[in-house]
Design a binder for this molecule. Structure first.
Ligand SMILES: [Fe+2]
Length: 191
């Protein structure tokens, strides 16, 4: 049984799954990029593509490739490949009650608090995640993930709910930042 199969078996057999339990299990599994080649191919610095332009929505569509590894009634497992210097929009996952992201490579990660009265976004945390770092996802997590490095980044995402949800990873609220205020943008896929 390969590591991905072990992960799926672990989730399927966990009656009270939580981000911290997933985190412990992922540390023990010790995934590396080579474990993902069936889904995303060989991701090394040699096949990185250069993109010197600032990030925008069009770039997000072309430079972030999402692969759904496993879909189950309560959760999804995704792999995302980020070309260099690409970033997600600020977003939250409407249907995610528990989840985790593990990064393979260096990633930049920020979380935000939305004040719905005036749509101001307060940045709560802004960190550089080291290779194999784990980030727990909770229902109120509003975040932005990106690749500031000069080689591709790979991220593993597990998004779940305690009830069955269709296409859980596609249910997101996305925003752009204008003059420190969050402006909703059309509902597209996020990660
Ligand atoms: Fe996300």
């Amino acid at each position: 049984m390969d590591k991905m199969q072990q992960l799926i078996k672990f989730i399927n057999h966990s009656h009270d799954i939580s981000p911290s339990k997933l985190s412990s299990f992922l540390y023990r599994l010790n995934f590396s990029r080579s474990d993902f080649s069936n889904w995303i191919g060989d991701v090394t610095s040699k096949n990185a593509s250069s993109n010197p332009n600032p990030p925008d929505e069009k770039m997000e569509q072309t430079n972030i490739q999402k692969t759904i590894v496993h879909q189950a009634p309560y959760y999804e497992v995704l792999l995302v490949r980020w070309n260099q210097q690409t970033f997600s929009s600020i977003h939250f996952h409407e249907q995610v009650e528990w989840g985790i992201i593990q990064v393979f490579g260096e990633a930049s990660y920020a979380t935000f608090l939305l004040n719905e009265t005036d749509m101001r976004a307060d940045c709560l945390t802004q960190t550089m995640l080291e290779d194999k770092s784990l980030v727990e996802i909770n229902p109120d997590t509003m975040h932005q993930l990106g690749n500031h490095a000069n080689e591709p980044l790979v991220t593993l995402h597990i998004y779940g709910n305690h009830s069955p949800v269709e296409n859980i990873s596609q249910s997101v609220g996305r925003f752009k930042l204008e003059k420190e205020k969050l402006v909703p943008i059309s509902d597209k896929d996020a990660f």
